[in-house]
Every structure is written in structure tokens, then in C-alpha cells.
Design a protein around this ligand. Sequence first.
Ligand code: HEC
Length: 123
Amino acid sequence: MAMHTNIFTFIAIALFIAACDSHPDRSLLAQQAKQYSPQDPHLKQIYQSSCKNCHTLKDTGAPLTGDTSTWHDLLNQYGKDLLLQNIINGKGGMPPFGLCMECQEQDFVALIDFMAQPMGVAE
Ligand code: HEC
């Protein structure tokens, strides 16, 4: 009995260490993402009515707000211009314009910056 307990404890610890080694847990990142909001009132309004509904949820597959390592990779891989094009055209689970039809290009660029490196913590 004691032997079994030890084996299970060992497996649990091994799994825990394996999980720590991989990319940070998406559910933790999603919890963190929900705390951020742009300081600029105009961007905040856009973000909360659109981007936030996907970019703070674990299961959407969207790069999460404040997941700096993922955004860093995206910016390195595609560059800001291509990310902007992908918002405008839509990509994968993201509809064209990220569902913000009235948004200007400069709004999208500012929102990329914000999600990659959020400064404003609100609510
Ligand atoms: C309906 C859900 C949804 C909404 C709303 C949404 N997104 Fe996305 N977004 C996604 C998903 C899903 C992806 C991942 C797409 C993929 O890689 O297949 C994504 C990816 C992105 C990317 C990375 C594109 C790339 O080339 O990999 C950027 C930048 C982005 N979104 C910005 C925004 C902005 C800015 C807004 C708000 C104006 C927004 N999104 C609104 C779901 C959404």
C-alpha cells in the first residue's frame, strides 16, 4: 500500500515537472489575460466589444493578451504588417476585421501592441 502511494506520488511529481517544462499553461495565461484592458478609452471600447471575447479565452486558439512569448514569436515570424493584413482578411478562427467593422488600421496596430505587451490593468 505504502509502495503504491509512493509510485503515484512519483508519477504526479514527474507529470508536474513535465508540465512546468512546456509552454506556460494556457488556462493560467487566460486568467491573466482577463485582467488587462487598454488605457485609451477608444481602444478600450473596441477591445472589450471585440478582441477580448476571443483573445482572453483558453479554448479559442487565439494568441492570448499578455502572452508575451507567443506574441513575440508572431511578431518575429510575420512582422506587424502581415499581422495587420491577417486581421483585415481574417485568419483561422478569426473573422475579417476581428469583428470590428468600424476599426481603422491604426486601431488594429495599437491593439496588436497592446495585446503583445499590455500596460493597462483594469477592472
Ligand atoms: C471571434 C474571435 C476573435 C475575435 C473577435 C478577434 N480575434 Fe484575433 N484571433 C482569433 C483567433 C482564433 C486567432 C488565431 C488564428 C490562427 O492562427 O489560425 C487570432 C489571431 C489574431 C492575430 C494573429 C494573426 C496571425 O497572423 O497569426 C492578431 C494580430 C489578432 N488576432 C488581432 C485581433 C484584434 C486586434 C482583434 C480585435 C479588433 C481580434 N483579433 C478579434 C480570434 C479572434
